[in-house]
Design a protein around this ligand. Structure first.
Ligand SMILES: [Cu+2]
Length: 573
């Protein structure tokens, strides 16, 4: 029996004690209310079928489409028609946005599984469901847009922010901005009324290591520094993630129990998800009293209200396609094939979406794994991809170990299991005891040879406040890493980023255990891939202990917040 069939029970019919929080509009910050419930289906749900002999839709980069009047005007027209649909039409722009909103804030509850006492709240982020679910969200979104303009070849533009070859690629794409008055471009829907950070418009380029503290302090990086940092980030969060677990994320945790705590335990984000959060935060309107939740893009609840969201996710989806084709060159053997999970819980996980005929469609993850079979593809961007694939970090500073004779990991504390180990406003450094992988480590992984295992650093049970932006960077064997340390270094092993839900409360679903907003947490495992970094800094064996330094980059105003975690350990996957 498959345990993780992820599907709302009843869809709109909830018994009194498990009603979704959106069943009645929830008052959120600034006295706004938001009801993300989707309309009930008019007909019984139908199983998804892969399109037969589809006309290939070719998704092209937004920065290249910017001067294509025909495309831009058609794209705008499709959205104008989508916007004009009545609110009870699941194809309407409102409901498209709500599809994301309702599945990002635990609005729906699962069916009861295996006789469990309570269902669990559905949340399609923070686990291996992130990539498949968002792929199908934009798949149906694209088909609906195409059907509204009678264009079966219509394809979404993708915001190619990883592209450092063309300086315009990482800017907010012109398609989503006003064109000069009097031009032939007509794209009001794509920018009017969209809430975005006006300080982040072209010629600014999205910095994938963006942090609001530096920005508030007036730190300005050169285009060359931004480019290097961006390449380093994509290399770390995509190329360096050789296993499905590292790139797609961990299992969906169905043990989250509403009756227990205000905690929503959903698992582990993959590299793709952590990387993508930065663009969300950067595009949203920050530090504006009128938009306290960093709307639209900066917060899950409102992200789908900006059309750039679907274009952003098209690039995330593209990176998944690219990831599947990358050589290993990360593990010791260097011969590992990148592939999806073959776990039945993953493959049989089921989502529901509305299609272009207003039918509710049940999609299984196993049907989502090939974009080609789904009938779309991406314009080849391999020249730009190559830049991050081949990126080597600046190694201006040699390994701490080789230059600081007095350095010893033994001088730093080991994490005390299940104690309140904290990440606070200043960097923390721990000793990490290491050991070589053995045959037991192969269990539950995708490989049969020890040399193909990826060495990781796992921070377990991190209690992330649901309403807090979080970013921290992690370095190995660099005990003095601090806020000024940049990421383009061989001892940097990745960043964790977290977006808040943007609603103030889980109270309606956790009515039996009312908790204050500040006391709502996501309990996540956070994984960093460290094998390549260690080899690069000259640690080629598995028995050398190292230090791990976590550098918090919380937003201004969050200086006094702390995040606790249960353990920090080496783990192979
Ligand atoms: Cu999302």
């Amino acid at each position: 029996m498959v345990e993780s069939s992820i599907q709302p029970q009843g869809w709109g019919r909830f018994s009194a004690n498990v009603r979704p929080k959106w069943a009645s509009p929830v008052t959120i910050a600034n006295n706004k209310t938001q009801d993300c419930c989707l309309p009930e289906p008019k007909r019984p749900p139908i199983p998804f079928k892969l399109p037969t002999n589809p006309i290939m839709r070719v998704r092209r980069p937004a920065h290249e489409l910017a001067q294509d009047v025909e495309y831009v005007n058609k794209y705008n027209l499709a959205y104008t028609r989508m916007k004009a649909l009545p609110d009870d039409d699941p194809r309407s722009f409102l409901r498209q946005w709500h599809t994301h909103c309702s599945f990002c804030v635990e609005a729906f509850l699962s069916r009861y599984l295996n006789g469990t006492a309570t269902p669990y709240p559905l949340q399609l982020h923070f686990s291996w469901t992130f990539l498949p679910w968002h792929r199908m969200l934009i798949y149906f979104h694209e088909r609906i847009l195409g059907s509204l303009i009678d264009d079966p070849e219509f394809a979404l533009p993708f915001w190619n922010w990883d592209n450092q070859l063309d300086p315009t690629a990482g800017q907010v794409p012109q398609i989503f901005l006003p064109y000069p008055a009097g031009s032939a471009f007509n794209n009001p829907f794509l920018h009017e009324g969209k809430v975005r950070n006006t300080n982040h418009l072209p010629p600014k380029v999205l910095p994938l290591d963006y942090n609001a503290i530096d920005e508030a302090a007036g730190v300005v990086n050169t285009p060359e520094e931004i480019k290097d940092a961006n390449l380093c980030m994509v290399w770390n969060m995509v190329y360096n993630k050789v296993s499905a677990q590292e790139f797609l994320g961990g299992k969906y945790n169905t043990s989250a129990n509403l009756g227990a705590q205000g905690n929503v335990t959903v698992g582990e984000s993959g590299g793709a998800e952590s990387l993508h959060n930065t663009a969300h935060e950067w595009v949203g309107m920050m530090n504006n009293a009128q938009f306290p939740d960093n709307e639209d893009m900066g917060v899950f609840t409102y992200a789908g209200r900006d059309p750039i969201f679907y274009s952003h996710h098209a690039n995330v989806d593209r990176l998944w396609d690219v990831w599947q084709t990358l050589p290993d060159k990360v593990t010791e053997d260097g011969t590992r094939t990148r592939k999806e999970f073959d776990d039945v819980d993953f493959l049989e996980t089921e989502f529901t979406f509305y299609d272009e005929n207003q039918d509710m469609v049940r999609v299984k993850v196993k049907d989502t794994l090939s974009s080609e079979k789904l009938g779309y593809t991406y314009q080849d961007m391999s020249a730009a991809d190559r830049l991050w694939i081949d990126h080597k970090p600046q190694t201006s500073r040699p390994s701490f170990r080789t230059t600081q004779m007095a350095y010893s990991p033994n001088d730093y504390p080991e994490v005390v299991l299940n104690a309140n180990n904290t990440i606070g406003s200043t960097p923390v450094c721990f000793k990490l005891a290491r050991r070589p992988p053995n045959r037991d480590d192969l269990k539950g992984t995708q490989v049969k040879h020890i040399g193909e295992l990826s060495e990781g650093l796992l921070i377990e049970k991190v209690m992330v406040p649901e309403m807090m932006y979080v970013r921290f960077d992690v370095y190995v064997d660099f005990p003095t890493a601090n806020m000024e340390s940049d990421v383009d270094k061989s001892d940097y092993v990745g960043s964790f980023t977290h977006l808040p839900s943007g609603v103030t409360s889980m109270k309606d679903v956790t009515a039996q255990v009312p908790v204050a907003d500040e006391d709502l947490f996501r309990e996540l495992n956070i994984r960093f891939s460290i094998g390549t970094a260690l080899r690069r800094i000259g640690i080629k064996d598995y028995s050398t202990d190292i230090t791990v330094t976590v550098v918090p980059k919380f937003r201004p105003g969050d200086e006094n917040k702390t995040i606790t975690f249960a353990n920090l350990k080496q783990e192979f996957c």
